[in-house]
Design a protein. Structure first.
Length: 249
C-alpha cells in the first residue's frame, strides 16, 4: 500500500504550492499524535488529580487520536469503529467531570482502552502494509508504543475500580492509585524496565500486567524484525539491480 503522506508530498512538489499548516499535519499524523502523547505526560503532573483538567486533556487526546486513525486508514468500517468507540469515550469522560461516581470513570476508561487498542492496531497495520520505511512510519513506531501504554493504563484504571486494592505503592499504599501512577506503571511494564514502586497485588491486576509484558516484548521484536527485513530486502534489490546493469554493460 503506497504511503499517503509520500503521495501528498509528491503532489505538492509537482504543483509548486506551499502546503498549509493543516496539510503538513495531515501528512504526518503519527508525529502529531506522538507529540500530543508526550505533551500529555508533561502536563498531567501540573493538573494533579483535577477531574476537569485531566478530562479536558483526555478529550483533546481522543480527538487527536481519531484524526490519526482517520489519516492512516480511511474506510467506512474504520470510521464507524472510531465513532463507536470515540463518542462514548468522550461522553463518559464528560460525565466524570459532572459526577464523582466511579461507574462513569470505569465506563469511560473501558471505552478509552478499547479505542487506544484499536488505534494501536490500525497504526501497526499501517506500518506493516508498506514496503518502504517512511518518515511518518518512524513516528508511528513511537506513537504505537505510547498508544499501548495509554490503553493498558486505562485498563488498570478499570481494574482497580472493579477490584479495589489491585495495586499498591510505596507511598499511600492504602488509597487507589492515581492516573499518573498507573500510566507510569504501564510505561515501565511495556518497556520491560521494571515495575517501579507501583506493584499489582491482586490476581486480575497481575494477569493484565503479565499480558502487557508479553505485548511489549512482542511489539519490540516485531518492529525490529520488520525494519531489518525491509533493510535487507532493499539492499538485496539494489544488488540485483546493479548486477543486471553490469551484465548489460
Amino acid at each position: 500500500m503506497p504511503d499517503r503522506a509520500d503521495r501528498a508530498d509528491r503532489v505538492g512538489r509537482a504543483s509548486g504550492a506551499r502546503p498549509s499548516l493543516f496539510e503538513r499535519a495531515r501528512r504526518q499524523p503519527s508525529a502529531i499524535l506522538l507529540l500530543t502523547q508526550f505533551l500529555g505526560v508533561l502536563i498531567y503532573p501540573y493538573l494533579g488529580e483535577s477531574r476537569t483538567g485531566t478530562s479536558a486533556v483526555s478529550v483533546f487526546g481522543l480527538l487527536v487520536l481519531a484524526l490519526a486513525v482517520w489519516s492512516v486508514e480511511t474506510t467506512s468500517w474504520t470510521v464507524w469503529v472510531s465513532i463507536g468507540l470515540g463518542v462514548p469515550s468522550v461522553i463518559f469522560t464528560i460525565c466524570q467531570v459532572i459526577s464523582e461516581a466511579s461507574v462513569w470513570r470505569a465506563w469511560g476508561s473501558g471505552f478509552e482502552a478499547a479505542f487506544y487498542f484499536y488505534a494501536a492496531g490500525s497504526l501497526i497495520s499501517y506500518m506493516l502494509a508498506d514496503r518502504n520505511i517512511t518518515r511518518d512510519e518512524l513516528f508511528a513506531v513511537g506513537a504505537t508504543f505510547t498508544l499501548l501504554a495509554w490503553a493498558f493504563a486505562h485498563l488498570y484504571t478499570v481494574t482497580q475500580i472493579i477490584w479495589p486494592g489491585s495495586f499498591v505503592a510505596a507511598m499511600n499504599s492504602g488509597s487507589p492509585r492515581t492516573w499518573m501512577e498507573l500510566l507510569f506503571l504501564s510505561f515501565t511494564t511495556l518497556s520491560s524496565t521494571g515495575l517501579s514502586d507501583v506493584v499489582p497485588v491482586r490476581p486480575h491486576a497481575r494477569s493484565f500486567v503479565m499480558i502487557e509484558q508479553v505485548a511489549g516484548l512482542a511489539y519490540v521484536a516485531m518492529i525490529v524484525s520488520w525494519m531489518v527485513g525491509l533493510t535487507v530486502a532493499r539492499a538485496r534489490a539494489r544488488a540485483e539491480h546493479q548486477e543486471s546493469a553490469d551484465e548489460l554493460n
